[in-house]
Design a protein around this ligand. Structure first.
Ligand SMILES: NC(=O)c1ccc[n+]([C@@H]2O[C@H](COP(=O)([O-])OP(=O)(O)OC[C@H]3O[C@@H](n4cnc5c(N)ncnc54)[C@H](OP(=O)(O)O)[C@@H]3O)[C@@H](O)[C@H]2O)c1
Length: 358
């Protein structure tokens, strides 16, 4: 007997489209291995929605994903209609086996998430923002035992499940979490080591889509700090975003510049970055942007690491987390690997969906 799982997905950007493709490509695998049939009953973007209670056909899903990749709006597609983000239209679709999949980059989905939580539905988030907002909202969303958010920290790397299920639930005590969790900042540090200019690295990374459209999201440390905050909250610390001590890689007055002016002004600091990078290398150290959670404190900052530090491995622009616990005291538990990219993130979201579905 195949069990139907109804999916309501918010967001059809890079991650959302990759997720639909993964699900379509693995249909027979899910049926044979898990006895599951994942059926999309609603797909939404920022101002439109497509609904089919019986499940959108694979042909229709393929057309929608292709149209979204070309910049279409769901409201303008066949069966599409305008949607203002209010939960009422979705509440009719909230069947017991439904899972709400949140792969947007906005806080505008919070009313839907709260409504789904109130009904005890499955919720899977790749979007950090609702969980890094007010602590009370984090508590509300995570009090639902069917809320999963593995990909909000380190994409598909199993960081949250390890901390939650293997360490905290089993009674281990976590003393410290350290990690390099910004793929963008890791890459910048590594290219500085290769002697490249700071401003050119940032401009090139942005042109290739490796930074947020506004690279200040990454360079301010805000993105890394949100991940640190989610980890700190997981450990039970009721911190707010303002409690995270955060080092920005540019002066605060540049926050008011246009993106174009900001990218131009970056060159003013090239000499300082080159000097820092030379000095770090002369001492045999490595420059990394490190987040740390320990004893109720949470910080995100640039650090000079010894070359044998557990967070350093030469030549690979990956993410890494080291968890020091009562059981892993002598040598930290380390989770390392590629921690970004829409395809990997989609596979992590799918893993969360399948865990709930089972
Ligand atoms: N890419 C990665 O490596 C990675 C890794 C881990 C986590 N994540 C997280 O995954 C999330 C998705 O990333 P992405 O790269 O796919 O983002 P994206 O390309 O910017 O796509 C965001 C999608 O959300 C839709 N959206 C915006 N507001 C909405 C609303 N109120 N209701 C429903 N949909 C709405 C957008 O609609 P339109 O199409 O109408 O604009 C768009 O389809 C982000 O939160 C990101 O931080 C990404």
């Amino acid at each position: 007997m195949t069990k139907r799982i109804a999916l309501i997905q918010l967001g059809l950007g890079g991650v959302g489209r990759a997720l639909v493709r993964h699900i379509l490509a693995q249909r027979s695998h899910h049926t044979q291995r898990l006895g599951l049939s994942l059926q999309y009953i609603a797909l939404a973007d920022r101002d439109g929605i497509v609904i089919n209670r019986d499940g959108l056909s694979d042909e229709r899903l393929t057309e929608i994903v292709a149209a979204k990749a070309q910049g279409a709006r769901l409201r303008a597609l066949p069966q599409g209609r305008p949607w203002d983000g209010s939960p009422e239209i979705l509440e009719d679709l909230f069947e017991p086996n439904a899972i709400v999949v949140e792969v947007t980059a906005t806080e505008a989905t919070v009313p839907v998430l709260r409504a789904a939580c109130a009904r005890g539905l499955g919720i899977v988030l790749a979007n950090k923002l609702p969980l890094a907002g007010p602590y009370e909202l984090f508590r509300e969303l995570t009090a639902n035992p069917r809320t999963r958010f593995e990909t909000t920290v380190g994409a598909a790397l199993p960081i949250i499940v390890t901390i939650q299920s293997f360490l905290l639930d089993t009674g281990d005590t976590i003393q410290k979490i350290r990690g390099c969790l910004s793929g963008t900042l890791n890459m910048i540090c590594q290219r500085l080591e290769q002697g490249q200019k700071f401003s050119e690295i940032v401009r090139d990374a942005r042109a290739r889509g490796h930074t947020e459209p506004d690279p200040r999201e990454d360079l301010s440390g805000r993105d890394a700090a949100r991940k640190a905050l989610i980890l700190a909250r997981l450990l039970g610390y009721p911190l707010e975003f303002e409690d995270v001590s955060r080092e920005s890689l540019y002066p605060p007055e540049w926050d008011t510049l246009s993106i174009e002016d900001f990218l131009v002004r970056l060159s003013e600091h090239d000499a300082r970055w080159a000097e820092l990078s030379r000095d770090v290398q002369a001492r045999g150290e490595r420059l990394r942007y490190v987040v740390e959670v320990t004893e109720g404190r949470c910080q995100a900052r640039l650090e000079r690491l010894k070359s044998d530090d557990e967070l350093v491995r030469p030549g690979v622009a990956d993410s890494v987390v080291a968890v020091q616990t009562a059981r892993y005291r002598e040598s930290s538990l380390i989770i390392r690997g590629k921690g970004s990219g829409p395809e990997l993130t989609a596979s992590g979201v799918l893993a969360d969906i399948l865990i709930l579905a089972r």
